[in-house]
Ligand binder design. Sequence first.
Ligand code: GLA
Length: 391
Amino acid sequence: MSTSPAALDASRCADLCNHFRTLYGEACRIYRAPGRINLIGEHTDYNNGFVMPAAIRFYCWTAIATSKDRTVEVYSTNFKERRSFHLDHPQPQRNWCDYVQGVALMLEESGIRLPGARILISSEVPIGSGLSSSAALEVATGFALLDTQYKTWNRRQLALACQRAENEFVGTRCGIMDQVIACHGKADHALMLDCRSLEQRFLRFPENLRLVICNTMVKHENAAGEYNTRRAECEEGVRLLARKFPTLKSLRDLTRDEYENFEKLLPPVIQKRCRHVMSENRRVLAAAGALEKQDLRNLGALMAASHHSLRHDYEVSSPELDLMVELANQIQGCYGARMTGGGFGGCTVNVVAAETVSRFQNQVSKEYKARTGIVPEIYASTACEGAGVGQ
Ligand code: GLA
């Protein structure tokens, strides 16, 4: 008999409480925030466009107890390291603790005076695999720091503060998708998010569908640098097109015809980047319609087109991601497959009929190992709730 998710969560909390007591000699409160997949809408968030993520059953857990001083001590079970910082003198350390410090700093900058704290962090989200381990850490930390005494903050404010922490303190110019879904995830639903207005629409997954995540186990170097370059290329595209459309702020404000009439003004590489963003926004809107009608064939076709565009126009895929998608597409019962997250290695997301999951796992895993020599990790999840209090 398999253990229920609730029982697993309860035992996870009990283990964390014991670990916390051993480390710091006191009782704690527990919070958590999930990782995510993105079904479609890649590299559109920082272009003020549309995305469609879902929270997955991998959580970053934070256990916390406050103290009277202004020192924050943090232990990570993933890195097996203890770090600390002073709330009055935040200094980047260039390691995982910067996410914690960055969030504390942004909360303080928005007028909240935090107490010192002892924190224990333990994350199930595979780190650096495109499943948004950073946002899970930021949001789980933010929840813990806030809920100790300030309950008036809403999730949207927290998501924005966490994004600022990553942009301004850690130095990655990420969009808002990951932090929003970590805060707002809803069981059994994908979130259609307008990244400009932050308007949300939840779309229910058909009951017998699973989100299967294939980890290529490969992460290419300088993914963060390439990410920032792509973002700058899009900004350059908007700047050049604004010569023809003076009020233009984002690519989404152009119709397809307007863009196609003037794309030749752009240098070839910028043209490719903008073409991806323009077409990906259209695909997200179409995918929302497909999911609403439970038209999985159409959803799958849109996912395939998204992967193709990310591979050839945005150039953020990798041979391993392409192979993983190719193998998934050979399995009957797999409706759609594409890379998910920032790219340059990491994971694919696959929409698979529940009864097909174990065949999918066996076959893709065997073929991927035969072709690359790498043993992949393949996880199956349903869409889950966003951040909250642990038990
Ligand atoms: C990373 C970023 C997100 C988003 C994706 C690409 O996950 O954190 O903001 O830009 O890449 O869609």
